[in-house]
Design a protein. Structure first.
Length: 365
């Protein structure tokens, strides 16, 4: 069962074709933040990595020893802090007891003053212990941060394109480790003449052709750089493409269709009618209830339709759903039709005619 759309001749805004290249959406020369000897080298160029994948590791033996010492210092400072807090609590209770006795005239004022001084001194030693503990904790945090930085990871999903260090090499802060390109997104950098750039705006859909992998992708304009090449008089325009399967690679040549403001009549078909095959762009046409293949040339995209050249007549039905299940030219078709009234179910036909289910108040024969 298949669903059909219609080929139409309609007025469309014409386009002009420009060229460009694929560039990585993100490129990072990953560098070391700490000094040390490399004990784990980056993977070779071409290796796929995920964000957080370990690229390299620097010898961390000394830093781990320092961390163990810092942990011990924190524990010692914590114990001293707890001891002095206990002494403060005892001094506070003694001062409160003497205050009660003085109120009952069974203690002397000097005894209470001496107890108050002891409590004040005990509070000062607690504050000192807390400051020492805070300093020890800060030292430990600094060492743990340095330890983490000895393991160098990929900043995002992508590919290693160059390996910049090897096991045994000494690295200083800022020395490169590996270069990584993003893979989930890639930019089509187009060279747009000045007579076309005025017809573009950010987020405007653009049809991009990547001939090397037989891909046609419609994506929004990501960025228009307002600075022309002084020799070519072209403006860089960035169209960001998704690249989930990793087929698109930096450096591939692309072309794109950009509106030039002129209008003309053209033949269009729904985008879903076009299939990419090794032999070219294929559209199945319903002719006499059979699937007839028609190879077409896609000129450019307009909304949810493609402007095409090919052996298809305006008004003919083209297969937009189920075309991937057609096994051979001339295969009989069973067409799915939308109901004439809301709430009805689509019905099938094997001759291309329209069938609408009768409603409950339609007389039955």
């Amino acid at each position: 069962m298949v669903r059909v759309g219609e080929a139409r001749r309609e007025t469309v805004t014409q386009v002009s074709r420009v060229t460009g290249q694929l560039r990585p959406a993100r490129r990072s020369l990953v560098a070391s933040e700490e000094s040390g000897r490399v004990v784990l080298a980056p993977p070779d160029a071409g290796t796929a990595v995920k964000a957080g994948t370990i690229l390299a590791r620097i010898d961390d033996e000394i830093v781990r020893i320092n961390r163990d010492g810092a942990i011990a210092q924190v524990a010692e400072a914590q114990a001293i802090c707890e001891q002095r807090e206990a002494l403060l609590a005892s001094a506070t209770r003694e001062r409160q007891r003497l205050a009660t006795l003085l109120a009952e005239r069974t203690a002397k004022r000097k005894e209470l003053d001496d107890a108050t001084d002891v409590e004040t001194a005990a509070r000062a030693t607690v504050d000192q212990a807390k400051a020492t503990l805070s300093g020890a904790q800060t030292d430990l945090a600094r060492i743990e941060a340095a330890l983490r930085k000895l393991t160098i990871t990929a900043p995002f999903d992508g590919y290693v394109i160059s390996k910049r260090t090897e096991v045994g090499q000494w690295l200083s802060p800022g020395d490169p480790v590996a270069e990584v390109l993003s893979s989930d997104q890639i930019d089509a950098m187009l060279d747009v003449p000045e007579y076309l750039v005025g017809h573009l705006r950010a987020d405007q859909p653009v049809t991009v052709h990547i001939e090397g992998v037989s891909r046609i992708i419609t994506a929004p304009v990501h960025r228009i750089v307002p600075d022309a090449d002084p020799r070519a008089r072209t403006f860089p325009v960035n169209v960001r493409l998704t690249n989930d399967d990793g087929v698109l690679m930096s450096g591939m040549t692309v072309t794109a269709d950009l509106p030039n403001g002129k209008e003309a009549m053209a033949l269009t078909v729904p985008r879903d009618a076009v299939q990419v095959t090794p032999a070219g762009m294929l559209v199945y046409v319903n002719r006499g209830g059979a699937a007839i293949p028609a190879y077409v040339r896609i000129r450019f995209g307009v909304g949810d339709r493609f402007v095409i050249d090919g052996p298809i007549n305006p008004g003919e039905q083209v297969i937009v759903e189920g075309n991937e299940r057609i096994m051979f030219p001339g295969q009989p078709l069973m067409l799915m039709r939308e109901p004439a009234e809301p709430g009805g179910a689509p019905t099938a036909s094997n001759d291309g005619s329209s069938h609408t289910p009768p409603s409950s108040d339609t007389p039955q024969q």
